[in-house]
Design a protein around this ligand. Structure first.
Ligand SMILES: NC(=O)c1ccc[n+]([C@@H]2O[C@H](COP(=O)([O-])OP(=O)(O)OC[C@H]3O[C@@H](n4cnc5c(N)ncnc54)[C@H](O)[C@@H]3O)[C@@H](O)[C@H]2O)c1
Length: 341
């Protein structure tokens, strides 16, 4: 049984990935500093899988702690690196926090795990900016980042590509996620946004449950069929499974080079107004929303070409928009009834 380190494993995408790794027969060790997640996730993971996962509370910025951890866990064969600061708006206010956390963590891991290691990295479709053509393929140019957060993803990709090029024992897959939404079918884990959600779906669920006021649709005069912005929403459980596929590809030596990149989306774009309508229909809830001005920095539309992931990674999104909206709402109701603190 291969042992996989999941950094950021108590976070939103990390926790769902821990479940899928477990289901696929991997041994998992979680490292997280709990800076943006709750220790109760371990209880939730136990309720879902029947397993208490090995958990180490470590700040990956602490090079000594990471070094020590690596020395004590020489049997780790793969790392899925989720741990990072991820709030775009905050990164504009506190760029150094983002550069420090997102780079130190990555560099400490790469330095400490200097024997043969498979590495899966959380990247983002933000690297494409507003693409020149859609659906966007992995070959599209990387555009100048709109925020320090986006810049950390672009530079981290470069760090990994350059390091893999001179380190034969390191092989890397960077997954460029589109817009992860939804929650586990049990509703025992899901997204726990810090403060006012900047993303649409958590704002919708919090608005529907009465935690927030009306939803603002930022712009209905874009050049899209209904005028609102378009994104490629991907169910978090499908996204989690993409990580299992990446770990498997690396372990089976199927990679074509030491550094590969894959788009992880559905390949389908949905507008803000379509998301609102889907949520209302599947959950039988009426949403309160109004139209506001466009938001600075928002791209008009983006959705991914997922042919390469389908063909080479052997992964394909299975869950549709209805399941994304249904599970997101079930999770919101669960966490209201069972708050973590
Ligand atoms: N959620 C999205 O929309 C999205 C989109 C594209 C890419 N990503 C990337 O995916 C990854 C996971 O995102 P998420 O939505 O699950 O975020 P999250 O905040 O829920 O999870 C990240 C986890 O990392 C932990 N962490 C942060 N800094 C750490 C440190 N120095 N040491 C140890 N642990 C640390 C946090 O406590 C948290 O549990 C991130 O790298 C994020 O940038 C997310």
């Amino acid at each position: 049984m291969s042992k996989i380190l999941v950094t950021g494993g108590t976070g939103y995408i990390g926790s769902h990935t821990v479940v899928e790794l477990h289901n696929a027969g991997y041994e998992v060790v979680i490292v997280d500093d709990l800076s943006n997640s709750n220790i109760k996730i371990l209880t939730q993971l136990h309720a879902i899988t029947g397993k208490w996962f090995d958990f180490q509370e470590i700040d990956l910025q602490d090079d000594r702690a990471v070094q020590e951890f690596a020395e004590q866990n020489k049997d780790i064969t793969g790392i899925i690196h989720f741990a990072a600061s991820k709030a775009v708006g905050e990164s504009v206010q506190k760029p150094l926090k983002y550069y420090r956390n997102n780079f130190y963590g990555l560099i400490n891991l790469l330095t400490s795990f200097n024997s043969k290691i498979d590495f899966v990295f959380s990247s983002s479709c933000t690297v494409y900016g507003q693409p020149d053509s859609l659906p966007v393929t992995e070959a599209a140019p990387v555009k100048k980042a709109e925020s320090p957060y986006g810049n950390t993803k672009q530079i981290a990709e470069e760090i990994l590509e350059e390091t893999a090029a001179v380190t034969p024992e390191l092989r890397v897959i960077a997954l460029r996620y589109f817009n992860p939404v939804g929650a586990h079918e049990t509703a025992l884990i899901g997204e726990l946004p810090n403060g006012v959600p900047a993303n649409l779906v958590p704002f919708i669920t919090q608005s529907a449950i009465g935690k927030r006021g009306p939803i603002t649709v930022y712009g209905n005069d874009y050049d899209t069929p209904d005028g609102s912005a378009i994104r490629d929403y991907i169910h978090v459980v499908d996204l989690a499974k993409a990580h299992v596929a990446a770990v498997k590809r690396l372990a089976e030596n199927k990679t074509s080079s030491g550094y590969e990149v894959f788009n992880i989306g559905t390949g389908r774009g949905s507008s803000v107004l379509e998301i609102i309508a889907a949520f209302e229909k599947v959950n039988g809830e009426k949403l309160n929303y109004n139209i506001g001005p466009r938001r600075a920095g928002d791209v008009v539309q983006i959705y991914g070409d997922v042919q390469k992931s389908n063909d080479e990674l052997g992964w394909k999104a299975q869950l549709d928009l209805n399941e994304m909206m249904r599970s997101a709402w079930e999770w919101e109701k669960y966490i209201k009834a069972n708050p973590f603190e």
